[in-house]
Write a protein that binds this ligand. Structure first.
Ligand code: M6R
Length: 614
Protein backbone atom coordinates (compact mmCIF):
# COMPACT_ATOMS: atom_id res chain seq x y z
CA UNK A 1 0.00 0.00 0.00
CA UNK A 2 1.81 3.22 1.08
CA UNK A 3 1.44 6.51 -0.72
CA UNK A 4 4.21 8.47 -2.37
CA UNK A 5 4.38 12.07 -3.56
CA UNK A 6 7.02 14.23 -5.17
CA UNK A 7 7.22 17.87 -6.17
CA UNK A 8 9.62 20.01 -8.16
CA UNK A 9 8.77 23.62 -9.04
CA UNK A 10 8.82 27.12 -7.59
CA UNK A 11 6.35 26.71 -4.73
CA UNK A 12 6.88 25.53 -1.17
CA UNK A 13 7.34 21.77 -1.53
CA UNK A 14 6.45 21.06 2.08
CA UNK A 15 2.87 22.30 1.69
CA UNK A 16 2.33 20.33 -1.48
CA UNK A 17 3.85 17.17 -0.03
CA UNK A 18 1.83 17.34 3.19
CA UNK A 19 -1.36 18.13 1.34
CA UNK A 20 -0.67 15.24 -1.04
CA UNK A 21 0.04 12.84 1.82
CA UNK A 22 -3.19 13.91 3.50
CA UNK A 23 -5.05 12.81 0.37
CA UNK A 24 -3.14 9.53 0.35
CA UNK A 25 -3.67 8.71 4.02
CA UNK A 26 -6.20 6.07 2.97
CA UNK A 27 -3.26 4.00 1.71
CA UNK A 28 -1.69 3.61 5.15
CA UNK A 29 -1.10 5.53 8.31
CA UNK A 30 1.62 3.78 10.33
CA UNK A 31 4.19 6.51 9.84
CA UNK A 32 5.13 9.24 7.39
CA UNK A 33 8.08 11.25 6.23
CA UNK A 34 9.34 13.84 3.78
CA UNK A 35 12.72 14.73 2.31
CA UNK A 36 13.40 18.26 1.13
CA UNK A 37 16.20 19.53 -1.00
CA UNK A 38 17.08 22.65 0.92
CA UNK A 39 19.52 24.69 -1.17
CA UNK A 40 21.44 21.64 -2.33
CA UNK A 41 21.29 19.89 1.01
CA UNK A 42 18.83 17.06 1.68
CA UNK A 43 16.93 17.07 4.96
CA UNK A 44 14.66 14.38 6.33
CA UNK A 45 11.64 14.65 8.63
CA UNK A 46 9.79 11.56 9.86
CA UNK A 47 7.19 10.62 12.45
CA UNK A 48 5.50 7.47 13.67
CA UNK A 49 1.71 7.22 13.65
CA UNK A 50 -0.79 9.41 11.86
CA UNK A 51 0.29 12.14 9.47
CA UNK A 52 -0.71 14.76 12.03
CA UNK A 53 2.32 13.76 14.11
CA UNK A 54 4.61 14.71 11.23
CA UNK A 55 2.71 17.96 10.69
CA UNK A 56 3.09 18.79 14.39
CA UNK A 57 6.83 18.01 14.33
CA UNK A 58 7.32 20.30 11.39
CA UNK A 59 5.12 23.17 12.58
CA UNK A 60 7.81 25.06 14.60
CA UNK A 61 10.25 25.08 11.65
CA UNK A 62 7.70 25.41 8.88
CA UNK A 63 8.78 28.93 7.80
CA UNK A 64 12.33 27.74 7.33
CA UNK A 65 11.21 24.68 5.34
CA UNK A 66 8.98 26.75 3.07
CA UNK A 67 12.07 27.75 1.13
CA UNK A 68 12.47 24.25 -0.34
CA UNK A 69 10.89 23.79 -3.72
CA UNK A 70 11.88 20.17 -4.32
CA UNK A 71 10.88 17.21 -2.18
CA UNK A 72 9.45 13.75 -1.84
CA UNK A 73 7.07 12.31 0.75
CA UNK A 74 5.67 9.01 1.93
CA UNK A 75 2.88 7.61 4.04
CA UNK A 76 3.50 4.05 5.17
CA UNK A 77 1.59 0.82 5.68
CA UNK A 78 4.26 -1.41 7.19
CA UNK A 79 5.19 -4.56 5.32
CA UNK A 80 8.82 -5.18 6.33
CA UNK A 81 9.73 -3.88 9.77
CA UNK A 82 7.55 -2.40 12.50
CA UNK A 83 6.10 1.10 12.22
CA UNK A 84 9.03 2.99 13.75
CA UNK A 85 10.77 6.23 12.85
CA UNK A 86 13.78 4.33 11.55
CA UNK A 87 11.60 2.22 9.25
CA UNK A 88 9.63 5.24 8.03
CA UNK A 89 10.47 6.49 4.53
CA UNK A 90 12.31 8.28 2.94
CA UNK A 91 15.27 5.91 3.15
CA UNK A 92 18.83 6.89 2.48
CA UNK A 93 22.18 5.46 1.42
CA UNK A 94 25.30 5.47 3.66
CA UNK A 95 26.21 9.10 3.02
CA UNK A 96 22.62 10.37 3.12
CA UNK A 97 22.93 12.12 -0.23
CA UNK A 98 20.38 9.87 -1.89
CA UNK A 99 16.85 9.58 -0.57
CA UNK A 100 13.92 7.63 -1.90
CA UNK A 101 10.35 6.67 -1.16
CA UNK A 102 8.81 3.37 -2.21
CA UNK A 103 5.43 1.70 -2.49
CA UNK A 104 5.45 -2.06 -3.10
CA UNK A 105 7.50 -5.05 -1.99
CA UNK A 106 11.06 -5.89 -3.05
CA UNK A 107 10.91 -9.67 -3.11
CA UNK A 108 14.66 -10.34 -3.41
CA UNK A 109 15.65 -7.78 -0.79
CA UNK A 110 17.34 -10.32 1.47
CA UNK A 111 19.82 -11.45 -1.19
CA UNK A 112 20.42 -7.84 -2.24
CA UNK A 113 20.90 -6.73 1.35
CA UNK A 114 23.44 -9.51 2.04
CA UNK A 115 25.37 -8.52 -1.08
CA UNK A 116 25.28 -4.80 -0.26
CA UNK A 117 26.31 -5.36 3.35
CA UNK A 118 29.37 -7.25 2.11
CA UNK A 119 30.21 -4.21 0.01
CA UNK A 120 30.07 -1.95 3.07
CA UNK A 121 26.50 -0.64 3.04
CA UNK A 122 25.27 0.06 6.54
CA UNK A 123 21.60 -0.71 6.97
CA UNK A 124 19.64 1.29 9.51
CA UNK A 125 16.14 -0.14 9.02
CA UNK A 126 14.44 -3.51 8.68
CA UNK A 127 12.73 -2.48 5.46
CA UNK A 128 13.02 -3.99 2.01
CA UNK A 129 13.14 -0.43 0.65
CA UNK A 130 16.49 0.50 2.11
CA UNK A 131 18.19 -2.03 -0.22
CA UNK A 132 16.98 0.03 -3.17
CA UNK A 133 18.40 3.23 -1.67
CA UNK A 134 21.84 1.60 -1.35
CA UNK A 135 21.57 -0.05 -4.72
CA UNK A 136 20.72 3.17 -6.58
CA UNK A 137 23.37 5.11 -4.64
CA UNK A 138 26.07 2.61 -5.62
CA UNK A 139 25.09 2.84 -9.26
CA UNK A 140 25.06 6.64 -9.01
CA UNK A 141 28.62 6.61 -7.63
CA UNK A 142 29.65 4.73 -10.77
CA UNK A 143 27.66 6.46 -13.51
CA UNK A 144 27.07 9.92 -11.95
CA UNK A 145 23.63 10.07 -13.51
CA UNK A 146 20.52 9.57 -11.39
CA UNK A 147 18.26 8.32 -14.18
CA UNK A 148 20.82 5.77 -15.33
CA UNK A 149 21.46 4.74 -11.73
CA UNK A 150 17.74 4.11 -11.20
CA UNK A 151 17.54 2.23 -14.49
CA UNK A 152 20.45 -0.05 -13.63
CA UNK A 153 19.36 -0.61 -10.04
CA UNK A 154 15.76 -1.48 -10.88
CA UNK A 155 16.97 -4.17 -13.27
CA UNK A 156 18.20 -6.04 -10.22
CA UNK A 157 14.94 -5.74 -8.32
CA UNK A 158 12.26 -8.42 -8.21
CA UNK A 159 8.79 -7.52 -6.98
CA UNK A 160 6.63 -4.44 -7.12
CA UNK A 161 7.63 -0.84 -6.76
CA UNK A 162 6.77 2.76 -7.35
CA UNK A 163 9.83 4.84 -6.53
CA UNK A 164 10.58 8.52 -6.28
CA UNK A 165 14.26 9.44 -5.87
CA UNK A 166 16.34 12.54 -5.06
CA UNK A 167 20.12 12.85 -4.95
CA UNK A 168 21.98 15.83 -3.58
CA UNK A 169 24.46 15.73 -6.47
CA UNK A 170 21.77 15.44 -9.15
CA UNK A 171 20.67 18.99 -8.59
CA UNK A 172 17.06 19.99 -9.21
CA UNK A 173 15.99 16.59 -10.43
CA UNK A 174 13.46 13.97 -9.37
CA UNK A 175 13.52 10.52 -10.90
CA UNK A 176 10.51 8.23 -10.61
CA UNK A 177 9.67 4.77 -11.89
CA UNK A 178 7.25 1.90 -11.30
CA UNK A 179 6.49 -1.78 -11.80
CA UNK A 180 3.18 -3.30 -10.69
CA UNK A 181 2.33 -0.30 -8.51
CA UNK A 182 0.55 2.86 -9.63
CA UNK A 183 2.32 6.15 -10.35
CA UNK A 184 1.06 9.30 -12.00
CA UNK A 185 2.99 12.43 -13.01
CA UNK A 186 1.14 15.76 -12.76
CA UNK A 187 2.21 18.43 -15.23
CA UNK A 188 1.98 22.08 -14.20
CA UNK A 189 3.47 25.36 -15.43
CA UNK A 190 7.14 25.20 -14.45
CA UNK A 191 6.41 22.42 -12.00
CA UNK A 192 5.83 18.67 -11.86
CA UNK A 193 4.18 16.37 -9.34
CA UNK A 194 4.50 12.64 -8.79
CA UNK A 195 1.99 10.60 -6.82
CA UNK A 196 0.58 7.16 -6.17
CA UNK A 197 -2.89 8.47 -6.86
CA UNK A 198 -4.68 11.38 -8.48
CA UNK A 199 -6.20 13.00 -5.34
CA UNK A 200 -2.67 13.96 -4.24
CA UNK A 201 -2.15 16.16 -7.31
CA UNK A 202 -5.58 17.16 -8.56
CA UNK A 203 -5.65 20.36 -6.47
CA UNK A 204 -2.75 21.63 -8.61
CA UNK A 205 -3.19 20.23 -12.11
CA UNK A 206 -5.46 18.14 -14.28
CA UNK A 207 -2.79 17.47 -16.88
CA UNK A 208 -1.14 14.15 -16.14
CA UNK A 209 0.70 11.13 -17.44
CA UNK A 210 0.32 7.63 -16.00
CA UNK A 211 3.58 5.70 -16.03
CA UNK A 212 3.59 2.19 -17.51
CA UNK A 213 5.64 -0.56 -15.91
CA UNK A 214 9.42 -0.13 -16.20
CA UNK A 215 9.22 3.39 -17.56
CA UNK A 216 11.47 5.94 -15.87
CA UNK A 217 10.66 9.63 -15.78
CA UNK A 218 13.22 12.36 -15.08
CA UNK A 219 11.76 15.68 -13.96
CA UNK A 220 13.37 19.10 -13.67
CA UNK A 221 11.37 22.30 -13.19
CA UNK A 222 11.14 22.78 -16.93
CA UNK A 223 11.46 19.35 -18.46
CA UNK A 224 10.09 15.85 -18.37
CA UNK A 225 11.94 12.99 -20.05
CA UNK A 226 10.55 9.48 -20.27
CA UNK A 227 12.59 6.39 -21.10
CA UNK A 228 11.94 2.66 -21.18
CA UNK A 229 14.03 0.04 -19.42
CA UNK A 230 16.41 -0.13 -22.43
CA UNK A 231 17.10 3.59 -22.24
CA UNK A 232 15.05 4.45 -25.34
CA UNK A 233 13.33 7.80 -25.08
CA UNK A 234 9.57 7.43 -25.40
CA UNK A 235 6.63 9.74 -25.67
CA UNK A 236 4.25 9.37 -22.78
CA UNK A 237 0.50 9.70 -23.12
CA UNK A 238 -0.43 13.02 -21.53
CA UNK A 239 -4.10 13.24 -20.64
CA UNK A 240 -6.51 15.59 -18.96
CA UNK A 241 -7.82 13.92 -15.83
CA UNK A 242 -11.62 13.73 -15.69
CA UNK A 243 -11.52 14.82 -12.04
CA UNK A 244 -12.52 17.85 -10.09
CA UNK A 245 -10.65 18.70 -6.91
CA UNK A 246 -12.77 17.29 -4.11
CA UNK A 247 -12.96 18.96 -0.78
CA UNK A 248 -13.33 15.92 1.43
CA UNK A 249 -15.84 16.70 4.11
CA UNK A 250 -17.68 14.70 6.75
CA UNK A 251 -20.75 16.85 6.08
CA UNK A 252 -21.45 17.21 9.78
CA UNK A 253 -21.14 13.50 10.58
CA UNK A 254 -18.65 12.44 13.22
CA UNK A 255 -16.96 9.98 10.87
CA UNK A 256 -16.66 9.45 7.14
CA UNK A 257 -18.06 5.95 7.61
CA UNK A 258 -21.38 7.32 8.89
CA UNK A 259 -21.54 9.89 6.12
CA UNK A 260 -20.87 7.16 3.55
CA UNK A 261 -23.53 4.86 5.03
CA UNK A 262 -26.02 7.72 4.68
CA UNK A 263 -25.07 8.35 1.05
CA UNK A 264 -26.34 4.92 0.01
CA UNK A 265 -29.93 5.77 -0.94
CA UNK A 266 -28.77 8.43 -3.40
CA UNK A 267 -26.10 6.12 -4.78
CA UNK A 268 -28.77 3.54 -5.59
CA UNK A 269 -30.88 6.26 -7.21
CA UNK A 270 -27.99 7.55 -9.34
CA UNK A 271 -26.95 4.12 -10.49
CA UNK A 272 -30.42 3.17 -11.63
CA UNK A 273 -31.09 6.40 -13.42
CA UNK A 274 -30.76 6.03 -17.16
CA UNK A 275 -30.41 2.25 -16.84
CA UNK A 276 -33.98 1.30 -15.96
CA UNK A 277 -36.00 3.49 -18.27
CA UNK A 278 -39.29 1.64 -17.84
CA UNK A 279 -40.35 -1.73 -16.51
CA UNK A 280 -41.36 -2.97 -19.95
CA UNK A 281 -38.18 -1.80 -21.64
CA UNK A 282 -34.94 -3.75 -21.72
CA UNK A 283 -32.35 -2.49 -19.34
CA UNK A 284 -29.64 -0.26 -20.73
CA UNK A 285 -26.05 -1.26 -19.95
CA UNK A 286 -23.90 0.20 -22.70
CA UNK A 287 -20.85 -0.36 -20.53
CA UNK A 288 -20.86 -4.05 -21.45
CA UNK A 289 -18.87 -4.27 -24.66
CA UNK A 290 -19.92 -7.83 -25.55
CA UNK A 291 -22.11 -8.28 -28.59
CA UNK A 292 -25.41 -10.03 -28.03
CA UNK A 293 -24.28 -13.25 -29.78
CA UNK A 294 -21.26 -13.51 -27.46
CA UNK A 295 -23.46 -12.89 -24.42
CA UNK A 296 -25.73 -15.71 -25.52
CA UNK A 297 -22.75 -18.05 -25.87
CA UNK A 298 -21.28 -17.34 -22.42
CA UNK A 299 -20.99 -20.64 -20.59
CA UNK A 300 -19.02 -19.59 -17.54
CA UNK A 301 -18.34 -16.52 -15.46
CA UNK A 302 -15.44 -16.20 -13.05
CA UNK A 303 -15.49 -13.37 -10.52
CA UNK A 304 -12.35 -12.34 -8.67
CA UNK A 305 -12.25 -9.89 -5.78
CA UNK A 306 -11.10 -9.42 -2.19
CA UNK A 307 -12.73 -8.47 1.11
CA UNK A 308 -15.98 -6.58 0.82
CA UNK A 309 -15.85 -6.67 -2.98
CA UNK A 310 -15.71 -10.45 -2.72
CA UNK A 311 -18.94 -10.44 -0.71
CA UNK A 312 -20.64 -8.29 -3.36
CA UNK A 313 -19.39 -10.79 -5.94
CA UNK A 314 -20.99 -13.64 -3.96
CA UNK A 315 -24.39 -11.93 -4.20
CA UNK A 316 -23.57 -11.43 -7.88
CA UNK A 317 -23.00 -15.17 -8.33
CA UNK A 318 -26.36 -15.95 -6.80
CA UNK A 319 -28.34 -13.71 -9.12
CA UNK A 320 -26.27 -14.32 -12.26
CA UNK A 321 -26.74 -18.08 -11.93
CA UNK A 322 -30.44 -17.78 -11.09
CA UNK A 323 -31.32 -15.24 -13.75
CA UNK A 324 -28.92 -16.18 -16.54
CA UNK A 325 -28.39 -19.93 -16.09
CA UNK A 326 -24.63 -19.48 -16.39
CA UNK A 327 -22.22 -21.24 -14.02
CA UNK A 328 -20.46 -18.64 -11.90
CA UNK A 329 -17.34 -19.14 -9.76
CA UNK A 330 -16.37 -16.56 -7.18
CA UNK A 331 -12.89 -16.73 -5.79
CA UNK A 332 -10.63 -14.53 -3.66
CA UNK A 333 -8.11 -13.13 -6.14
CA UNK A 334 -5.24 -14.22 -3.91
CA UNK A 335 -6.26 -17.87 -4.40
CA UNK A 336 -7.25 -17.61 -8.05
CA UNK A 337 -3.82 -16.45 -9.14
CA UNK A 338 -2.00 -19.49 -7.78
CA UNK A 339 -3.93 -22.26 -9.48
CA UNK A 340 -4.83 -23.41 -12.92
CA UNK A 341 -8.29 -22.23 -13.87
CA UNK A 342 -10.37 -23.57 -16.69
CA UNK A 343 -11.44 -20.86 -19.11
CA UNK A 344 -12.21 -20.60 -22.80
CA UNK A 345 -13.39 -17.90 -25.19
CA UNK A 346 -16.89 -18.23 -23.79
CA UNK A 347 -15.78 -17.36 -20.27
CA UNK A 348 -16.35 -13.89 -18.90
CA UNK A 349 -13.99 -12.80 -16.13
CA UNK A 350 -15.22 -10.08 -13.78
CA UNK A 351 -12.84 -8.19 -11.49
CA UNK A 352 -14.52 -6.30 -8.66
CA UNK A 353 -12.67 -3.65 -6.70
CA UNK A 354 -13.57 -0.40 -5.02
CA UNK A 355 -10.09 1.04 -5.48
CA UNK A 356 -9.14 -0.69 -8.71
CA UNK A 357 -5.65 -0.97 -7.21
CA UNK A 358 -5.88 -4.21 -5.21
CA UNK A 359 -2.73 -6.06 -6.23
CA UNK A 360 -4.14 -9.62 -6.14
CA UNK A 361 -7.17 -8.70 -8.22
CA UNK A 362 -5.02 -6.84 -10.75
CA UNK A 363 -2.82 -9.93 -11.12
CA UNK A 364 -5.87 -12.20 -11.48
CA UNK A 365 -7.33 -9.95 -14.15
CA UNK A 366 -4.04 -9.74 -16.05
CA UNK A 367 -3.67 -13.53 -15.99
CA UNK A 368 -7.18 -14.00 -17.38
CA UNK A 369 -6.59 -11.37 -20.03
CA UNK A 370 -3.54 -13.27 -21.23
CA UNK A 371 -5.73 -16.37 -21.57
CA UNK A 372 -8.03 -14.41 -23.86
CA UNK A 373 -11.05 -13.94 -21.59
CA UNK A 374 -13.21 -10.85 -21.90
CA UNK A 375 -12.46 -8.74 -18.83
CA UNK A 376 -15.28 -6.83 -17.17
CA UNK A 377 -14.21 -4.56 -14.32
CA UNK A 378 -16.64 -3.29 -11.69
CA UNK A 379 -14.91 -0.46 -9.85
CA UNK A 380 -15.39 2.85 -8.12
CA UNK A 381 -12.23 4.20 -9.79
CA UNK A 382 -12.55 4.32 -13.58
CA UNK A 383 -9.05 5.83 -13.70
CA UNK A 384 -7.42 2.94 -11.81
CA UNK A 385 -4.86 0.38 -12.94
CA UNK A 386 -7.55 -2.31 -13.02
CA UNK A 387 -9.92 -0.18 -15.07
CA UNK A 388 -7.19 0.22 -17.66
CA UNK A 389 -7.18 -3.59 -18.13
CA UNK A 390 -10.93 -3.66 -18.82
CA UNK A 391 -12.63 -4.70 -22.04
CA UNK A 392 -15.88 -3.63 -20.38
CA UNK A 393 -15.96 -1.17 -17.52
CA UNK A 394 -18.81 -0.70 -15.05
CA UNK A 395 -18.03 2.39 -13.05
CA UNK A 396 -20.07 2.16 -9.85
CA UNK A 397 -19.96 5.93 -9.26
CA UNK A 398 -20.10 5.86 -5.46
CA UNK A 399 -17.85 8.92 -5.11
CA UNK A 400 -14.65 8.91 -3.09
CA UNK A 401 -14.90 6.49 -0.18
CA UNK A 402 -12.65 7.68 2.61
CA UNK A 403 -13.44 5.34 5.47
CA UNK A 404 -11.34 2.18 5.35
CA UNK A 405 -14.47 0.12 6.00
CA UNK A 406 -16.21 -0.14 2.64
CA UNK A 407 -19.93 0.61 2.83
CA UNK A 408 -21.29 2.72 -0.02
CA UNK A 409 -18.98 1.07 -2.55
CA UNK A 410 -20.41 -2.33 -1.50
CA UNK A 411 -23.90 -0.99 -2.09
CA UNK A 412 -22.90 0.34 -5.51
CA UNK A 413 -21.27 -2.98 -6.43
CA UNK A 414 -24.44 -4.84 -5.43
CA UNK A 415 -26.62 -2.60 -7.60
CA UNK A 416 -24.19 -3.05 -10.49
CA UNK A 417 -24.51 -6.83 -10.21
CA UNK A 418 -28.32 -6.63 -10.26
CA UNK A 419 -28.13 -4.48 -13.38
CA UNK A 420 -25.64 -6.82 -15.04
CA UNK A 421 -27.65 -9.94 -14.22
CA UNK A 422 -30.89 -8.45 -15.54
CA UNK A 423 -29.08 -7.15 -18.64
CA UNK A 424 -27.63 -10.58 -19.51
CA UNK A 425 -30.89 -12.36 -18.62
CA UNK A 426 -32.88 -10.08 -20.93
CA UNK A 427 -30.50 -10.74 -23.82
CA UNK A 428 -30.63 -14.48 -23.20
CA UNK A 429 -34.34 -14.54 -22.43
CA UNK A 430 -33.37 -16.76 -19.52
CA UNK A 431 -35.62 -15.35 -16.85
CA UNK A 432 -39.35 -15.00 -16.41
CA UNK A 433 -40.35 -11.58 -17.80
CA UNK A 434 -42.81 -11.02 -14.95
CA UNK A 435 -40.07 -11.52 -12.38
CA UNK A 436 -37.85 -8.99 -14.17
CA UNK A 437 -40.69 -6.45 -14.23
CA UNK A 438 -41.29 -7.00 -10.54
CA UNK A 439 -37.61 -6.57 -9.73
CA UNK A 440 -37.35 -3.38 -11.78
CA UNK A 441 -40.38 -1.94 -10.03
CA UNK A 442 -38.92 -2.87 -6.68
CA UNK A 443 -35.44 -1.53 -7.52
CA UNK A 444 -36.95 1.86 -8.32
CA UNK A 445 -38.48 2.17 -4.84
CA UNK A 446 -35.45 0.80 -3.01
CA UNK A 447 -33.81 4.21 -2.34
CA UNK A 448 -36.85 5.21 -0.25
CA UNK A 449 -36.78 1.89 1.56
CA UNK A 450 -33.06 2.35 2.26
CA UNK A 451 -33.90 5.78 3.71
CA UNK A 452 -36.51 4.12 5.89
CA UNK A 453 -33.89 1.68 7.22
CA UNK A 454 -31.58 4.59 8.02
CA UNK A 455 -34.38 6.36 9.84
CA UNK A 456 -34.28 3.54 12.44
CA UNK A 457 -30.70 4.38 13.27
CA UNK A 458 -31.42 5.17 16.91
CA UNK A 459 -32.96 1.80 17.62
CA UNK A 460 -29.93 0.11 16.03
CA UNK A 461 -27.66 2.29 18.15
CA UNK A 462 -29.35 1.17 21.37
CA UNK A 463 -29.13 -2.51 20.40
CA UNK A 464 -25.50 -2.14 19.33
CA UNK A 465 -24.47 -0.67 22.65
CA UNK A 466 -26.17 -3.52 24.48
CA UNK A 467 -23.85 -6.01 22.76
CA UNK A 468 -20.73 -3.86 22.54
CA UNK A 469 -18.87 -5.84 25.19
CA UNK A 470 -19.27 -9.22 23.53
CA UNK A 471 -15.96 -10.88 22.74
CA UNK A 472 -17.38 -12.93 19.88
CA UNK A 473 -20.30 -12.52 17.50
CA UNK A 474 -21.95 -14.90 15.07
CA UNK A 475 -23.98 -13.84 12.04
CA UNK A 476 -26.14 -16.49 10.39
CA UNK A 477 -28.06 -16.42 7.14
CA UNK A 478 -28.91 -18.65 4.21
CA UNK A 479 -29.11 -18.31 0.46
CA UNK A 480 -28.61 -14.88 -1.05
CA UNK A 481 -28.04 -13.33 2.38
CA UNK A 482 -25.13 -15.56 3.35
CA UNK A 483 -22.76 -12.95 1.82
CA UNK A 484 -24.66 -10.34 3.90
CA UNK A 485 -23.72 -12.31 7.04
CA UNK A 486 -20.08 -12.44 5.92
CA UNK A 487 -20.04 -8.74 5.14
CA UNK A 488 -21.75 -7.79 8.42
CA UNK A 489 -19.19 -9.85 10.33
CA UNK A 490 -16.27 -8.37 8.37
CA UNK A 491 -17.47 -4.84 9.12
CA UNK A 492 -17.66 -5.58 12.84
CA UNK A 493 -14.26 -7.30 12.90
CA UNK A 494 -12.37 -4.64 11.05
CA UNK A 495 -13.51 -1.61 12.98
CA UNK A 496 -14.29 -2.95 16.48
CA UNK A 497 -11.73 -5.83 16.57
CA UNK A 498 -14.43 -8.16 17.92
CA UNK A 499 -14.14 -11.69 16.61
CA UNK A 500 -17.20 -11.93 14.35
CA UNK A 501 -17.93 -14.79 11.97
CA UNK A 502 -20.58 -15.29 9.32
CA UNK A 503 -21.98 -18.80 8.82
CA UNK A 504 -24.59 -20.32 6.59
CA UNK A 505 -27.21 -21.08 9.23
CA UNK A 506 -27.38 -24.73 8.18
CA UNK A 507 -23.69 -25.16 9.05
CA UNK A 508 -24.14 -24.00 12.63
CA UNK A 509 -24.90 -27.45 13.93
CA UNK A 510 -21.88 -28.92 12.15
CA UNK A 511 -19.43 -27.41 14.61
CA UNK A 512 -19.86 -23.73 15.51
CA UNK A 513 -22.86 -24.52 17.74
CA UNK A 514 -20.34 -25.86 20.28
CA UNK A 515 -19.29 -22.27 20.99
CA UNK A 516 -22.75 -21.03 21.90
CA UNK A 517 -23.62 -19.93 25.41
CA UNK A 518 -25.17 -16.89 27.06
CA UNK A 519 -22.10 -14.74 26.32
CA UNK A 520 -22.33 -15.13 22.56
CA UNK A 521 -24.75 -13.04 20.49
CA UNK A 522 -26.12 -14.69 17.35
CA UNK A 523 -27.58 -12.37 14.74
CA UNK A 524 -30.00 -14.12 12.35
CA UNK A 525 -30.65 -12.50 9.00
CA UNK A 526 -34.15 -13.67 8.19
CA UNK A 527 -35.65 -12.30 5.02
CA UNK A 528 -39.01 -13.54 3.84
CA UNK A 529 -38.69 -16.08 1.05
CA UNK A 530 -37.43 -19.57 0.30
CA UNK A 531 -35.24 -20.05 3.35
CA UNK A 532 -37.12 -18.04 6.00
CA UNK A 533 -38.56 -21.06 7.83
CA UNK A 534 -35.26 -22.91 7.72
CA UNK A 535 -33.36 -20.09 9.32
CA UNK A 536 -36.09 -19.71 11.90
CA UNK A 537 -35.46 -23.35 12.93
CA UNK A 538 -31.70 -22.72 13.01
CA UNK A 539 -32.33 -19.73 15.26
CA UNK A 540 -34.40 -21.95 17.61
CA UNK A 541 -31.44 -24.33 17.78
CA UNK A 542 -29.14 -21.47 18.77
CA UNK A 543 -31.64 -20.17 21.33
CA UNK A 544 -31.79 -23.64 22.91
CA UNK A 545 -28.05 -23.24 23.66
CA UNK A 546 -28.75 -20.00 25.55
CA UNK A 547 -27.18 -17.73 22.93
CA UNK A 548 -28.32 -14.11 22.95
CA UNK A 549 -30.50 -13.82 19.86
CA UNK A 550 -30.84 -10.80 17.57
CA UNK A 551 -33.07 -10.88 14.48
CA UNK A 552 -32.65 -8.75 11.39
CA UNK A 553 -35.86 -9.35 9.52
CA UNK A 554 -38.47 -7.98 7.16
CA UNK A 555 -41.17 -10.12 8.73
CA UNK A 556 -43.75 -8.60 11.04
CA UNK A 557 -44.45 -11.96 12.67
CA UNK A 558 -45.16 -11.25 16.37
CA UNK A 559 -44.00 -14.74 17.35
CA UNK A 560 -40.43 -13.67 16.73
CA UNK A 561 -40.65 -11.61 19.95
CA UNK A 562 -40.50 -14.82 22.00
CA UNK A 563 -37.46 -16.21 20.26
CA UNK A 564 -35.35 -13.10 19.95
CA UNK A 565 -33.91 -10.78 22.58
CA UNK A 566 -33.80 -7.93 20.08
CA UNK A 567 -35.35 -7.45 16.68
CA UNK A 568 -34.39 -5.01 13.92
CA UNK A 569 -37.19 -4.79 11.37
CA UNK A 570 -36.59 -3.48 7.88
CA UNK A 571 -39.03 -2.88 5.01
CA UNK A 572 -40.17 -5.81 2.95
CA UNK A 573 -38.74 -6.34 -0.51
CA UNK A 574 -38.30 -9.22 -2.92
CA UNK A 575 -35.97 -11.86 -1.46
CA UNK A 576 -33.58 -11.42 -4.41
CA UNK A 577 -33.15 -7.73 -3.52
CA UNK A 578 -33.09 -8.16 0.25
CA UNK A 579 -29.24 -8.01 0.56
CA UNK A 580 -29.46 -4.35 -0.48
CA UNK A 581 -31.50 -3.38 2.57
CA UNK A 582 -30.19 -6.01 4.99
CA UNK A 583 -26.62 -4.78 4.92
CA UNK A 584 -27.46 -1.27 6.15
CA UNK A 585 -28.33 -2.15 9.79
CA UNK A 586 -25.23 -4.37 9.91
CA UNK A 587 -23.04 -1.46 8.83
CA UNK A 588 -24.68 0.63 11.54
CA UNK A 589 -24.16 -2.05 14.20
CA UNK A 590 -20.45 -2.24 13.36
CA UNK A 591 -20.21 1.54 13.43
CA UNK A 592 -21.97 2.02 16.76
CA UNK A 593 -20.12 -0.79 18.51
CA UNK A 594 -16.74 0.53 17.32
CA UNK A 595 -17.66 4.08 18.23
CA UNK A 596 -18.91 3.03 21.67
CA UNK A 597 -15.65 1.14 22.26
CA UNK A 598 -13.70 4.26 21.31
CA UNK A 599 -12.03 2.73 18.26
CA UNK A 600 -10.69 4.71 15.35
CA UNK A 601 -13.68 4.10 13.10
CA UNK A 602 -12.34 5.56 9.85
CA UNK A 603 -8.78 4.34 10.18
CA UNK A 604 -8.82 1.02 12.03
CA UNK A 605 -5.51 -0.41 13.18
CA UNK A 606 -3.34 -2.46 10.82
CA UNK A 607 -5.50 -1.75 7.78
CA UNK A 608 -5.33 0.44 4.70
CA UNK A 609 -7.97 1.43 2.22
CA UNK A 610 -6.08 0.27 -0.82
CA UNK A 611 -4.16 -3.01 -0.63
CA UNK A 612 -1.55 -2.62 -3.33
CA UNK A 613 0.71 -5.48 -2.26
CA UNK A 614 0.02 -9.19 -2.85
O1 M6R B 1 -10.45 -1.83 -3.29
P1 M6R B 1 -10.96 -3.22 -3.17
O2 M6R B 1 -12.43 -3.33 -3.23
O3 M6R B 1 -10.30 -4.16 -4.16
O4 M6R B 1 -10.52 -3.70 -1.74
C1 M6R B 1 -10.73 -5.00 -1.31
C2 M6R B 1 -10.60 -5.11 0.19
O5 M6R B 1 -9.31 -4.75 0.59
C3 M6R B 1 -11.61 -4.23 0.91
O6 M6R B 1 -12.90 -4.52 0.52
C4 M6R B 1 -11.50 -4.42 2.43
O7 M6R B 1 -11.92 -5.70 2.77
C5 M6R B 1 -12.31 -3.35 3.15
N1 M6R B 1 -11.54 -2.78 4.20
C6 M6R B 1 -13.55 -3.87 3.74
O8 M6R B 1 -14.26 -2.90 4.43
Amino acid sequence: MCGIVGYIGEKSAVDILLNGLTKLEYRGYDSSGIALNNGGHIELYKAVGKLNNLKENIRPIKDELDKSTIGIGHIRWATHGAPTTVNAHPHTCNCGKLVLVHNGIIENYQELRAELEKQGCLFKSQTDTETVAHLVAREFDKVKDLTEAVRLATQRIEGAYALCVLHQDAKDTIVATKRNAPLVVGIGEGEYFVASDVPAIIDYTKKAMYLDDNQIVTLTRTSMKLIDKNNNEIKGKVEILPWEPVALSKMGYKHYMMKEIHEQPSIIRNLLSGKITGINENLNLNEVQLDKETVKKLNRIQIVACGTSLHAAMVGKYILEDFCGIAVDVEPSSEYIYRKTVTDENTLVIGVSQSGETADTITAVKQSKKRGSHILIVTNRPDSTMAREADSLISVCAGIEVSVAATKSYMAQLISFYLLAIYIAEIKGSVDKELVKKLKKELIVLPEKAEEVLSQENQVKVISRKYANAKNFIYIARGINFPTALEGALKLKEISYINATGYTAGELKHGPIAMLDETLPVLSIMMKGKVYDKILSNSEEAKARNAKMIALTNSSDEKLNELFDDIIRIPETDEYLSPILAIIPLQLIAYYIAEFLGKDVDQPRNLAKSVTVE
